[in-house]
Write a protein that binds this ligand. Structure first.
Ligand SMILES: [Zn+2]
Length: 543
């Protein structure tokens, strides 16, 4: 464990603008800095960094926090990994307590080198790669290797005095009934790199007809296959340059596509595309091309990926490319169909029409009740899109189903977090809340005189002030420059106005109501109003 003291020490060295500007281009606006949010798609910047408060906040999607939160979120690292990364960025040494030692990744790198050397001597493995058309420069570029029989890997570790416990932690070996064994046995190995540029695991393809054609490293502290993309380390440059990423299903697809010049190809690691992949995909906001096989599994995976990439807060530009007739990108490269590939990648079917087609094709539209179900499912998907897209694609659905557009529901979308719009807010209520947020010593006076029932528009925010001070809504309020912070005198004035307004309204209500203690209440309120008119704050006394 990293000691608390050294974490505190690290924090004093973190300057939020310096840290974030190593990842994003920040523009100064007033006291703050702005950028387009890296966590949701946008064209006008609503991501604000405040050097005064040492926090960032996105008014579009609500993310925010301090330097540590940012790096953790942006780089998809664990808390300790984030601290280590930040420590090296700002040149601070962390201290560890207990028997924890910093994980030494060199063991995986060494094993990777060992596997690479062995490939040269294994004819079956080399012949296989050759038969798939993989060139020797691709073997080098992707560091393809060969994992030998179990005993050889164990011997290699022992002879090189590498720590067997570490090897186990990193999923290279494991303990079975007969002692230690290697996780990768007689397999072609594909090292998998994390975003920090280090090998964190392997994919392995059998060359001895083992039942599992492909295996991956097990889930370890450093290897999370639902977050990583194979080949991203090599594809990154072109992804940024071309603003496009091609997501395929397999190692060989990636390698062969790169070999043909499609250096922006990556693959998921034997899993479907998940929400955990989205932060990596978002980097640089590239257009995403999902390139899958035309079999049932591939079509279904493309459908799910398209839903994931268009629903909710993240919406990606791009579309689907399907390889029909049992082809895959690797085969096409091998068969020199490069121009055809180029054509396909230039004309993907956009995600939303793909999803709509997929839904509609599931049903027999000549049967009215199936048609009804198709409409229901299409409507459900539509509801996850933004209002503009809903409107746009309701026409599309209507024409596919051959029904009147009125039957397609365009509904108000509740899944998206909306930025705060000033027209929907009561500035003076928010100004009071923000003033207290910045000056906690004012809280007592406010609590003494103000009751939550006096807030007409922002009861929830007022309650957060008392119970949920770290809520993103309040962070947004702190960074919203349209909301002023009052001095003590101004605050008193504003509260007097608010109270006077409240008690006047209350008086009206009571006058026409029928309460048992009506007279007593009216006297109390009249007394309050009188004091307020003299400029005196009055404690809340209507309980
Ligand atoms: Zn955002």
């Amino acid at each position: 464990m990293i000691t608390k003291d050294s974490i505190e020490n690290l924090k004093t060295h973190l300057e939020v603008v310096d840290i974030i500007s190593q990842f994003l281009e920040l523009k100064k606006t007033g006291a703050n800095f702005k950028a387009c949010c890296p966590f949701h798609g946008e064209e006008t910047p609503s991501f604000v960094v405040s050097p005064a408060k040492q926090i960032y906040h996105c008014f579009g999607c609500g993310v925010g926090g301090d330097s540590i939160n940012f790096v953790m979120e942006y780089e998809k690292l664990s808390y300790p990994e984030t601290l280590e990364k930040l420590a090296s960025m700002v040149n601070v040494t962390l201290e560890y307590d207990g028997d924890y030692k910093k994980q030494d990744l060199t063991i995986i790198t060494k094993v990777n080198e060992y596997y690479q050397k062995l490939l040269v001597h294994n004819k079956t493995a080399s012949d296989y790669l050759d038969s798939r058309g993989i060139s020797s420069s691709s073997i080098e570029k992707f560091e393809i290797g060969y994992a030998p029989v179990s005993g050889d890997t164990i011997n290699y570790l022992k002879q090189n005095f590498l720590n067997l416990a570490d090897a186990k932690d990193f999923g290279i070996i494991d303990t079975g009934q007969n002692g230690l064994y290697s996780r990768f046995i007689e397999r072609i190995t594909f090292p998998i790199y994390a975003l920090n540029g280090k090998v964190v695991g392997f994919g392995g393809r059998t060359i001895t007809g083992h039942n599992a054609k492909y295996v991956n490293s097990p889930q370890t502290k450093i290897f999370n296959k639902s977050r990583l993309l194979y080949g991203y380390n090599l594809a990154k440059d072109l992804i940024y340059k071309k603003n496009e990423i091609i997501v395929t299903e397999g190692y060989l697809d990636v390698i062969m596509l790169h070999q043909a010049g499609f250096n922006n190809a990556v693959a998921t690691l034997g899993t479907a595309l998940t929400a955990d992949h989205l932060p990596v995909l978002k980097r640089g906001e590239p257009k995403v091309i999902v390139a899958y096989d035309g079999d049932k599994a591939g079509l279904n995976a493309a459908y799910k990926a398209s839903m994931l990439l268009t629903s909710g807060t993240s919406s990606f530009d791009g579309g689907v490319v399907i390889f029909a007739d049992g082809q895959d990108p690797a085969d096409m490269v091998q068969n020199k169909k490069i121009e055809e590939l180029n054509q396909m990648f230039s004309n993907p079917q956009p995600f939303i029409p793909y999803v709509i087609d997929f839904i509609v094709n599931k049903y027999d539209l000549s049967n009215p009740s199936e048609k009804q179900n198709a409409l229901k499912e299409a409507n459900e998907y539509l509801a996850t899109l933004s209002p503009i897209l809903q409107n746009e694609y309701s026409k599309n659905i209507a024409s596919k189903l051959n029904i009147n557009q009125n039957l397609v529901n365009v509904q108000h979308n509740t899944h998206r977090r909306k930025p705060v719009q000033l027209s929907q807010i009561d500035i003076s209520e928010l100004e009071i809340i923000k003033t207290v947020l910045e000056n906690p010593d004012f809280l007592d006076e406010v609590l003494n005189t103000v009751d939550i029932s006096m807030f007409e528009t922002h009861k929830i925010e007022f309650e957060m002030l008392l119970n949920d001070i770290n809520n993103p809504t309040l962070r947004g309020l702190l960074l919203n420059e349209d909301i002023k912070v009052y001095s003590k005198e101004q605050l008193t004035k504003m509260m007097i106005m608010m109270l006077a307004n409240f008690y006047t309204k209350k008086l009206e209500q009571i006058k026409y109501g029928d309460l048992p203690n009506k007279i007593k209440l009216i006297r109390k309120i009249q007394g309050n109003i009188m004091n307020l008119k003299k400029g005196k704050l009055v404690p809340f006394n209507l309980d």
